[in-house]
Design a protein around this ligand. Structure first.
Ligand SMILES: [Zn+2]
Length: 289
């Protein structure tokens, strides 16, 4: 078969792979042994360069106050779980997480491939390096927001993070949940599935498998949220940034934050999605053994 570049599962090495016909144009296959879903086609370096030359960093960066609040809650949790050692954000984009951590008194750094994003970080006095891989540690905490799904070799990536983490250090990873409700609702219109942007598609089971095999133990693992913006852009691709001041998500998020009943309802829905493992976002907090 022409689309079968990978002859073996990227996670468990099994060669028992089946094509997911609904996502054939994105070359998706599922491992029958461990259930990991990935692109069986490996993009060339030229393809990736062409795809990422303008990726996601057009326009002015916008940092939502609600995201800021989530970031500081997360940082407080890291602090409760260990010492407030050096923290690093891999693929830090415009550096909002690094900036939030720095403002809360952490020794914070980031790494990022986009030179435009790095220039913005440096202008704001953030310690961010322009590079494809993670900076040299050692770090107490490494965060990786919505990055691992872009990579072709997730195990190598986790290994590279592990090398820079102190023993007992924390790794926080977010990635879309392949079993999330949005994919079931949108079917082939679900625009998270997109070659060569996304190459690995995790579920709670498969992200746990990768992290535990690589020598991490679970602190917690959950799915949450349903993104109105993602559903809108999936149904009508408009080029509108996923998070901007005017996006549907942001309007809804801000209404939810300001309305007790809606807020309670949102928590109830999130809880239900989380219990069912159907939330659109996978969030994993693990500790290096
Ligand atoms: Zn497998």
């Amino acid at each position: 078969m022409d689309f079968m570049n990978h002859k073996a599962c990227l996670v468990c090495g099994s060669d028992d792979l089946s094509a997911l016909n609904r996502y054939r144009k994105d070359h998706l296959v599922k491992c029958r042994s461990c259930s990991f879903v990935f692109s069986s086609k490996k993009p060339s370096d030229e393809d990736l360069k062409a795809f990422y030359s303008n990726y996601g960093f057009e326009g002015d960066p916008y940092f939502s106050p609600i995201t800021a609040k989530r970031y500081s809650e997360l940082l407080s949790e890291f602090e409760r779980l260990g010492s407030k050692g050096p923290i690093h954000d891999a693929g830090c984009g415009f550096g909002f997480f690094v900036e939030t951590a720095q403002n809360m008194g952490w020794k914070a750094s980031g790494s990022e491939l986009s030179s435009r994003a790095v220039a913005s970080c440096k202008k704001r006095g953030l310690n961010v390096e322009e590079r494809a891989d993670i900076s040299s540690g050692p770090f107490q905490v490494v965060t990786s927001f919505e990055l691992i799904e872009h990579l072709y070799d997730p195990k190598k990536y986790v290994e590279s993070i592990k090398k820079q983490l102190l023993p007992g250090g924390l790794l926080y990873i977010t990635t879309p949940n392949f079993n999330g409700l949005s994919r079931y609702l949108l079917k082939e219109k679900y625009n998270v599935i997109n070659y060569p942007e996304h190459l690995c598609y995790f579920t709670p089971k498969t992200i746990h498998q990768v992290l535990s095999e690589m020598g991490f133990e679970k602190v917690w693992l959950k799915t949450d949220g349903i993104s109105v913006g993602r559903i809108k852009t999936s149904l009508k691709p408009s080029g509108e940034a996923l998070i901007s001041e005017v996006s549907a998500d942001e309007k809804l998020r801000s209404r939810l934050e300001n309305n007790v009943i809606l807020y309670t309802l949102k928590h109830f829905v999130n809880k239900a999605l989380s219990v069912l493992g159907l939330g659109v976002s996978l969030k994993a907090l693990y500790r290096k053994k």
